[in-house]
Design a protein around this ligand. Structure first.
Ligand SMILES: CC/C=C\C=C\CC(=O)SCCNC(=O)CCNC(=O)[C@H](O)C(C)(C)COP(=O)(O)OP(=O)(O)OC[C@H]1O[C@@H](n2cnc3c(N)ncnc32)[C@H](O)[C@@H]1OP(=O)(O)O
Length: 719
């Protein structure tokens, strides 16, 4: 709702009240409409201030209302009634003014912001555009180039930047409502036409056509198939080229298309999924709201290879003192230099002072004795990690949390090496660790809820999107990825080329296809893992590269490529060829095509035509199938956890919501039918066999994704 009060004798104060962010629910909109009418009606009221309760102006439209039929007064006429009011209306902005919240402020005649406020039109991140006049008013107020930037990226600006852009009239450090009330009284009786943004024309920008063309090209490239950023450019173009009323009509048309699109649904799902993962639970019943994290003051990182360096930087940047340990002198010196460089560059980017003094370097593992949390980031080798954990167990103070940065090794096994296994958790960072947002926090069967709570709290403090997952090989992300990569390799055997597979996946929206990504990260990493698992070895009877391993179909194609020393970008050759080692631009490689031809001939395989649809169905559905197995095994608490992992760690296109949301959009019966079809064609590939949970969900009428957990509980309780 919105409360109305008369203050300072003649100021009508309208306060938005809808915790936690004063979202514009139907009740709030009704409250504003009623309050504005009252303020304009009452002769004692000479001016109006709009503010929000609890330190936040407004977080925009109530996103939860988008999934149902809309009720209550619409925003556009409400904002119009504010703008045309004969009494001055001042927005007193603090906390956040986002989306519809900022659009209300743009309808006001004046805007005063607290210095800590953040403002923005983030609708594009929800698959929408600012369609309550925001796309038409903002360019008129701050000019086309700045408005294009804010509207197509959804980026939030600080109060200082907003002032510089002309979005707000004044910034204050004092109580913003008090300042706005005083200000409102000072402008009573002044003419208002010049303050009505819809009556302005857009400030002149030279080479408008060229600007829109360039922006459109840039936006399309970055959007990876998302339609909202493109619609945002079109809406701003309407603001720049059409009278306000026609621009509003264009804004409405564009919004109508976006609003009902699957992309908007996917992006809004992501918004809530990202918040839902903070409410973790463990199979023991322990939960985020009943488990207290331990205090963490001092941290330590063991091993300063690429991952350790990134982790140390992340911890230091978040304000933690870090003891960084590396026992090889040369490596320690190199790490020190690299870390300082990373901290300096990061600080420059963020306009702050580098926190070089947060990190203390040491060659002696004993120096971590006082740390509250230690992250081991040595080479991915169980024997080595075991040794480090045994040492840590003897050195660390009682109660210290012992974390391992691993992409898939057994957390429980490491826990068995220490005195307090309940204090061991996995922290799976993604490379580069100081850049990538995702953190899988892995609990083993012996990890305490306190340990998990502590790791999750540290994850939040260092700015990571942290997802709690159970312990299994590959955890969630890599366990699913294995099936995706496996299908891609099978497709090569059956007739595809790396570029065909990559093109299908990139058109779907991945930043890079599976082969281009593998060239970037280095083919040797997977090769080492496969060798460790006893794969990537010749058949002992024939000496030939084996296409069956451990009783199932296996493709040795990647191993054979590695045997040629082709490790991707770093060697200048991989699935693609590069002009020089380290170059980023890969070209299709005739050598790879010939190699695949020979390989098929050697194994009696006949190449067939493979289309993009088959690539997508086999790569994505096999991965989704594994996602259902992960849910079945209780490794991920819900589909949101899996989807957040894929969006933040594996470049899954956000506008497709994540693999499990995608399955829900495609329809579970279709996913099941296609998996059955492919499994029939490839009975020696177990990952194509539809898993029980998928079958059961379909048998239960394919409920929407929001209901999967309920159905899973029902199914489990019946067993
Ligand atoms: C004709 C067309 C008409 C109208 C079109 C309007 C377009 C819009 O306005 S779309 C909405 C645009 N607004 C946003 O995108 C802002 C979204 N919110 C945020 O960015 C943040 O929540 C925040 C406002 C910056 C506050 O951040 P923080 O303090 O970190 O809290 P959170 O954990 O993010 O949120 C707390 C709680 O509130 C829920 N919530 C936040 N914003 C909204 C919202 N706009 N609608 C509904 N609910 C919202 C959020 O989900 C959290 O609740 P959970 O239960 O934990 O999920």
């Amino acid at each position: 709702m919105a409360a109305f009060a008369r203050v300072s004798g003649s100021v009508g104060l309208i306060t938005l009240q809808n915790p936690p962010v004063n979202a514009l629910s139907a009740a709030v909109r009704q409250g504003i409409v009623d309050s504005v009418q009252r303020a304009l009606r009452e002769p004692e009221v000479k001016c109006v201030v709009i503010c929000g309760q609890n330190g936040i102006f407004c977080g925009g439209a109530d996103i939860r209302e988008f999934s149902g039929p809309m009720s209550g007064p619409p925003l556009i006429p409400m904002i119009h009634s504010i703008e045309v009011a004969a009494k001055p209306v001042v927005a007193a902005i603090e906390g956040s003014a986002l989306g519809g919240g900022l659009e209300i402020a743009l309808g006001c005649h004046y805007r005063i912001a607290h210095s800590k406020t953040r403002l923005g039109l983030p609708e594009v991140t929800l698959g929408l555009l600012p369609a309550a006049g925001g796309s038409q008013r903002l360019p008129r107020l701050i000019g086309v180039p700045a408005a294009l930037d804010l509207i197509t990226t959804g980026r939030h600006v600080t109060a200082a930047e907003a002032l510089q852009l002309g979005m707000v009239d004044q910034v204050t450090d004092r109580n913003v409502t008090d300042v706005a009330v005083k200000f409102a009284l000072s402008v009573v009786g002044k003419p208002l036409d010049a303050r009505r943004i819809s009556m302005h024309s857009c400030p002149h920008s030279p080479d408008l056509d060229e600007l829109f063309e360039r922006t459109m090209q840039h936006v399309r490239q970055r959007a990876r198939g998302a339609i909202a950023p493109v619609a945002c450019v079109q809406a701003v173009r309407a603001a720049a080229t059409l009278p306000y009323a026609q621009g509003m009509e264009k804004e409405r048309e564009l919004m109508a298309t976006l609003f009902t699109s699957g992309q908007a649904r996917a992006l809004q799902y992501c918004f809530f999924a990202q918040r839902a993962i903070g409410r973790w639970s463990m199979p023991s019943g322990a939960r985020w709201d009943t488990s207290k994290p331990r205090p963490v003051h001092k941290t330590a990182v063991i091993g300063l290879g690429t991952m350790g360096r990134g982790i140390a930087v992340t911890l230091a940047q978040a304000g933690f003192p870090v003891i960084a340990v590396e026992n090889h002198e040369k490596q320690l010196m190199a790490a020190k230099q690299a870390i300082s460089g990373m901290l300096e560059r990061g600080a420059k980017r963020r306009g702050v002072t580098p926190v070089l003094n947060k990190i203390t370097y040491s060659r002696d593992i004993q120096s971590v004795a006082n740390a509250d949390l230690v992250i081991e980031a040595v080479f991915e080798d169980m024997a080595l990690k075991e040794k480090v954990f045994q040492q840590l167990s003897a050195i660390c103070k009682p109660g210290a949390l012992l974390c391992t940065n691993t992409s898939g090794l057994n957390i429980d096994h490491l826990a068995s090496q220490v005195r307090n296994p309940e204090l061991v958790v996995g922290m799976h960072f993604f490379a580069p660790a100081h850049v990538m947002k995702l953190l899988e926090v892995v609990y083993g069967p012996r990890s305490s809820s306190e340990a998990l709570a502590t790791a999750m709290a540290v994850g939040k403090k260092i700015g990571k999107v942290s997802v709690a997952v159970g312990n299994c090989q590959g955890f969630v992300g890599n366990r699913m990825l294995e099936h995706y990569v496996e299908q891609a390799l099978f497709l090569l055997e059956e007739g595809a080329t790396p570029e065909l597979v990559d093109q299908a996946l990139e058109e779907f929206g991945f930043a890079m296809g599976v082969f281009r990504m593998s060239d970037l990260s280095g083919l040797d990493i997977g090769w080492r893992v496969r060798k460790g698992k006893g794969l990537a070895v010749p058949d002992p009877t024939t000496g030939q590269t084996a296409r069956v391993q451990q009783g199932r179909r296996y493709s040795p194609v990647a191993d054979l490529i590695c045997e040629q020393g082709r490790f991707g970008q770093k060697t200048g050759q991989g699935w693609y060829q590069y002009n020089t080692p380290g170059s980023r631009v890969g070209k299709p490689d005739p050598w790879v095509h010939n190699f695949l031809k020979d390989y098929r001939a050697r194994h009696g395989l006949v190449a067939r035509r493979i289309d993009h649809q088959e690539v997508l169905e086999r790569c994505l559905y096999s991965m989704i199938n594994e996602g259902f197995r992960i849910l079945e095994d209780g490794i991920a608490a819900g589909p949101e956890d899996i989807d957040v992992i894929y969006v933040f760690g594996y470049s899954w296109p956000r506008h497709r919501g994540g693999p499990m949301f995608y399955a829900h959009m495609v329809g579970l019966p279709k996913v099941l039918e296609r998996l059955e079809h492919y499994h029939q064609a490839h009975p020696d590939v177990p990952s194509l066999q539809p898993c029980n949970l998928l079958r059961k969900l379909v048998a239960n009428g394919s409920p929407p994704i929001q209901k999967w957990k309920e159905v899973m509980k029902k199914i489990n309780s019946r067993l």
